[in-house]
Design a protein. Sequence first.
Length: 240
Amino acid sequence: MRFAVFSDLHANLEATEAVMADAHARDCTHYVCLGDLVGYNANPHECVEIVRNLDCPVVKGNHDEQACLNESSRGFNELAEQAITWTREHITEADKEWLSELRMTRQVRDFTIVHATLDTPNEWGYVFNNLDAVASFTYQHTPVCFFGHTHVAGAFVRDDGVKRVKTEQLPIEPGKKYFINTGSVGQPRDGDPRAAYCIYDTEMNIVEQRRVRYDMPKTQRKIIDAGLPRLLADRLELGR
Ligand code: ZN
């Protein structure tokens, strides 16, 4: 099986469509979504609809959670807050109901998926370094787990110790554990503005990082036309 594993679409329709087309062209047979379908960009309803129609395993992100509330509870900066307030008014009640019912973690075949961390998945901590990864590995009972939330592609491998590795072509070897960030479809923050996702080939035992170009000027225009903060359009081309 070839799984297209993707995260942090953040209402970026053009990036989401480009990733879906790339996954199809690369013979993916299954789809898995790591959450944050909405927030920041201008097509939250459309992105929810695409993922809902895939009928694939999905876990909840912090923006998905906040979009379903009447007002924000905690933890959002001003930019995210402005975007989520706009988002609440531009998704349907059915979208909110579907998002609110998403689970925090899931097992898919023999791997696990989570949006933020495995140790405290509903506290939305960030795994940026080896120490953060150690905490998640303690709760990881499958050889492979995919996560998102940081918008930074890359993987942590636990063998004798924990080390950070790139995911261009990552072989999954027996006896090791892998905590893999697919990067973000709709708002990459690792300096590469192209949409990011991973392909997990479970027969070849390999995870491949993909980066996909999309019609970014169109996405930026929509953000500005929607009255969302201009910074959200500018940051897309920086990949920050
Ligand atoms: Zn996110």
